[in-house]
Write a protein of this length. Structure first.
Length: 291
C-alpha cells in the first residue's frame, strides 16, 4: 500500500472514511460483524493509524512510523478467534474476536471499504500484489512474503566464503533464492563482471553450477592481512520470469568479506597481532607479526 495525502472536508490532516479495501455486508445484526476491510488514515501528518473495519467493531492499528508517501506491506488476518494486523512483517495487533462472519452482499472492493459510490470513501494512493489466502498464515510466512520490502518475487543472494584463507586459489559458493527457495538464474558470468573481488579476482571460467540455484567459484587475493570483499552486482541475473537479483535492505550490492593470511587460524579475522615464531631466528633481536 502507498498512501498519498488525504484530508477530511474541514481540511484537517486526517480522513476517517477513506477505504483501503473491504468486502461483506454493512451489518452487525445479532452481534455478528459481517464486514472485513480497512479504512481511515490519520494521527499526525504521517498517518499512524488505520481502522480494522468490521462494521460495529473497528479497532485501530497503530503504526508508529506512519504510512504516508511510502510503500508499506500490510497483512490483515482472521484466525477464527483473533484479528491480526502485520505491518512490514511485524505483528502490530492481535485482538481476540470470535463473532466475525464476513457476509456476501458485496464483493471485494479495492480503494473503498463498501460498495457505495462515495467519493469521500475513495482511497488516494496505490495498491499492489493484493492476495487473499484461505488459511491464516504464520509469522514466518508473512516475513517471507514481506522479505524486507522486496516481496517473494525478487531474487536474493547468499555468499559463502571462509573468513580467513591461506594461499591461492580459494573456493566459495553463491546461492540464489526466490521466496525462500533456491532458484536457477540466467546470464551469470564472471566475464560480465557479475561477481568480483576487491583486492583480488575471480578465476576465469571457474563459476560452475553445482545444484539448483547454487554455484561454486574460485578466487584469488592479492595481499596478505587485508580485508577483501566478494561482491555480486545487483541486477546482474534474471530468472525465467525476468525478475532480477536485489541486495540486502539498505545496501547497493551484496558482499561477503574474507582475508588471506600466513596461515588460516581460528578467528583469524579478529587477530590484531600474531607471532607464530615459525621463521624467526633463534636468539634473534626482533620478530615480525604475521597480521
Amino acid at each position: 500500500m502507498y498512501a498519498e495525502q488525504h484530508e477530511s472536508p474541514n481540511g484537517s490532516n486526517r480522513d476517517y472514511e477513506t477505504g483501503i479495501y473491504g468486502m461483506g455486508q454493512r451489518s452487525n445484526a445479532n452481534g455478528v460483524h459481517r464486514m472485513w476491510g480497512m479504512r481511515g488514515l490519520w494521527d499526525t501528518a504521517n498517518y499512524r493509524r488505520i481502522f480494522s473495519q468490521h462494521w460495529g467493531w473497528d479497532p485501530q492499528v497503530y503504526i508508529s512510523e506512519g504510512v504516508k508517501n511510502k510503500w508499506m506491506h500490510i497483512a490483515h488476518q482472521y484466525t477464527g478467534t483473533h484479528v491480526k494486523a502485520y505491518v512490514n512483517g511485524s505483528l502490530r495487533n492481535n485482538w481476540a474476536k470470535s463473532n466475525i462472519s464476513t457476509g456476501n452482499v458485496f464483493p471485494l472492493q479495492f480503494g473503498r471499504f463498501t460498495e457505495e459510490t462515495r467519493t469521500d470513501r475513495t482511497f488516494k494512493g496505490l495498491l499492489d500484489d493484493f492476495r487473499v489466502y484461505n488459511a491464516a498464515l504464520g509469522p514466518n510466512d508473512i516475513l517471507k512474503i514481506y522479505n524486507s520490502g522486496y516481496g517473494d518475487f525478487e531474487i536474493t543472494t547468499s555468499l559463502e566464503v571462509d573468513k580467513v584463507v591461506e594461499g591461492n586459489p580459494n573456493t566459495g559458493r553463491i546461492m540464489f533464492f526466490r521466496g525462500g527457495n533456491l532458484v536457477d538464474v540466467n546470464d551469470f558470468s564472471e566475464a560480465e563482471g557479475d561477481l568480483w573481488v576487491s583486492g583480488g579476482s575471480i578465476i576465469p571460467n571457474s563459476i560452475n553450477p553445482i545444484g539448483v540455484g547454487t554455484y561454486a567459484f574460485e578466487f584469488s587475493l592479492d595481499q596478505d592481512n587485508l580485508v577483501s570483499n566478494i561482491w555480486i552486482n545487483s541486477g546482474s541475473v534474471t530468472d525465467d520470469y525476468n525478475q532480477t537479483n536485489v541486495p540486502p535492505a539498505g545496501r547497493a550490492n551484496n558482499s561477503e568479506s574474507t582475508r588471506k593470511m600466513y596461515r588460516a587460524v581460528t578467528r583469524g579475522e579478529d587477530l590484531l597481532a600474531w607471532w607464530p615464531f615459525d621463521t624467526e631466528v633463534v636468539n634473534g633481536t626482533f620478530a615480525v607479526s604475521k597480521t
